[in-house]
Design a protein around this ligand. Structure first.
Ligand code: ZN
Ligand code: ZN
Length: 204
């Protein structure tokens, strides 16, 4: 119950990252009788409060709503989030102004980029956040023949989420054959959408 990342365990309550445990509460093991006694007490108390079996309360979340992937997948405005009891972080940590290389100084062609780029501090063209290129990243861009990104990780992640679309489906019709389909492209989006068959016929 209420445990996270536990392996080969059973009869645990409120445990985190433990292995091979039995009758544990808050990562501490008890004998079976003591465990049962404490468990009954905990379940009774939570049931009395009407919260037994519910998700962890938002008040104890260590992160604000807009710092978590909840904001990627179920985006809310500050007002919506706070009215639902979530915290909101106005001052998201970021480093700015420490860049050692300007975006326009980065070579467009990855073949012209020197190894020393991994020692530079870059500046995002969208949010100005400083970011770096790791050695593994540079190897990957070279291998795939891709340019050095001009945006920081956070902005690139945002772009991906936007392109992926929301975790939500709408009923629409295929723009080619008119068949009813479900899609995560909302009806007000301007892209042409096809049913699977029309799509396959088109791309093959
Ligand atoms: Zn950015
Ligand atoms: Zn179709």
């Amino acid at each position: 119950m209420y445990s996270f990342y536990i392996a080969n365990c059973n009869d645990c309550i409120g445990c985190d990252a433990i292995k091979n445990c039995k009758y544990a509460i808050f990562n501490k093991e008890y004998d079976k009788n003591k465990y049962e006694e404490l468990k009954n007490h905990i379940v009774k108390e939570l049931t009395g409060l009407g919260i037994h079996g519910l998700m962890m309360p938002v008040e104890i979340a260590p992160f604000a709503y807009n710092e978590s992937i909840a904001q990627d997948n179920f985006p809310l405005s500050k007002e919506e989030a706070t009215s639902q009891g979530f915290r909101w972080e106005d001052d998201i940590q970021m480093t700015k102004g420490k860049e050692t290389m300007k975006p326009e100084e980065i070579n467009d062609n990855i073949k012209d980029v020197k190894d020393s780029i991994t020692g530079e501090i870059l500046k995002c063209i969208s949010c100005e956040r400083n970011y770096k290129i790791t050695e593994q990243e540079l190897l990957f861009y070279r291998k795939m023949n891709l340019p050095i990104p001009r945006q920081c990780f956070y902005c690139r992640h945002q772009d991906r989420i936007q392109r992926r679309g929301p975790y939500k489906f709408w009923d629409r019709k295929c723009d080619n054959c008119g068949k009813d389909i479900k899609t995560n492209y909302s009806p007000d989006r301007k892209e042409i959408i096809y049913c699977e068959k029309c799509y396959q016929d088109e791309v093959i």
